[in-house]
Design a protein around this ligand. Structure first.
Ligand code: UFG
Length: 324
């Protein structure tokens, strides 16, 4: 069976491609390489350098590939503060990009659309842990652009009798054991890659963004899920959707929260390495606590995240050490 993976040269998309190929699926990647890396592309995948918003180019891929049955859509912009500065770009890529894919997919035999959404659709949650049915109230253009895409996908599926699986990610981290794929690039923005960069280079100070939140140690609490566990859920979700002709929305997290300080302390303890850090001011738009209730994915998809925080830290460290 053939799966089209958008963003297959990116961080999460490349992990999905490796797993799909390992499981025997045929994989076609489209990626414009604006954020992705050629070195992430699996040698057995067919690659087209195409922008998801380009109608003619995407259509050509469907024409030449013919029998694409599933789209796994990872391509997108993901940096919250940047989305506040560049809302038009975020809606263009994250919402309009989905619109373009769906508009083309409706003319072909695409049975299911698997979508990377985000916990940012919930905004500042009223209660913790977060359930899929909880209120959606995104507080930045990133979350808004993803929630808009969710609505589009649901309406498309209903109108054209197709299926979808929407995954709302919590904090994805870690890297594949093969050492080839992981978070790459010079401008790191996420917690674990930054903590590990400081562990590898003591001249880099790590800043904790605020220690005056209403949490046990004052720093923000997040739910860290290993990228291999995350992409495994995508394959399970795809297979479930095709087998049962069903659609649904799932949180992908571990249902466990760790504070920023705990992540820092655990990294120092696990890696037996010093990290220079300081307390800085809060970062705008950070909710104090975010962690999932993942019961729905564990029950319906029989998904079980298997990596502990310690293993996530080790895996991130291993990758960063070899890809400095
Ligand atoms: N943090 C620091 N110092 C840093 C970087 C981050 O203290 O140098 C803190 C942040 O303030 C936050 C926590 O670490 O409290 C996690 O921050 P990240 O930037 O790693 O991740 P976010 O929780 O902001 O965002 C993640 C995903 C988004 C998603 C969001 C939903 O990256 O795509 O979770 O909760 F929308």
């Amino acid at each position: 069976m053939k799966v089209l993976v958008t963003g297959g040269a990116g961080y999460i998309g490349s992990h999905a491609v490796y797993l799909l190929i390992e499981k025997g699926y045929d994989v076609v990647i489209i990626d414009n390489l604006s954020k992705g890396f050629e070195s992430n592309i699996h040698p057995k995948a067919k690659f087209y350098q195409v922008d998801i918003r380009n109608h003619n180019e995407v259509n050509k891929v469907f024409e030449s590939e013919k029998d694409i049955e599933v789209i796994m859509h990872f391509a997108g912009l993901i940096v919250v503060p940047e989305s506040v500065e560049k809302p038009l770009e975020y809606f263009d890529v994250n919402t309009n990009g989905v619109w373009n894919l769906l508009n083309i997919a409706k003319n072909y035999n695409v049975k299911s659309f698997i979508f990377s959404s985000t916990a940012a659709v919930y905004g500042e949650p009223k209660s913790i842990p977060i359930n899929e049915d909880d209120e959606k109230n995104p507080i930045n253009p990133y979350g808004q652009s993803k929630l808009s895409a969710e609505y589009l996908i649901q309406s498309w599926a209903k109108a054209f009798n197709r299926q979808y699986v929407i995954f709302r990610y919590f904090n994805v981290a870690g890297a594949h054991e093969n050492g080839k794929i992981g978070v790459k690039g010079k401008s790191l923005t996420h917690l674990l890659p930054l903590v590990i960069s400081s562990a590898l280079d003591l001249s880099k100070t790590f800043y904790i963004f605020g220690n005056d939140y209403e949490t046990k140690d004052g720093t923000c609490i997040r739910d860290f899920v290993h990228v291999n566990d995350l992409v495994n859920a995508h394959v399970l979700g795809m297979e479930w959707s095709l087998k049962n002709n069903k659609s649904d929305i799932f949180n992908l997290g571990t249902s466990q929260g760790f504070s920023v300080k705990e992540v820092l302390d655990k990294s120092i303890e696990t890696l037996k390495i010093n990290i220079n850090y300081q307390i800085g001011p809060r970062r705008a738009g950070d909710p104090g606590q975010l962690f999932s209730n993942n019961e729905k994915a564990t029950k319906i998809l029989h998904w079980q995240p298997s990596y502990s925080l310690e293993e996530i830290i080790k895996s991130e460290y291993q990758f960063r050490k070899n890809n400095k």
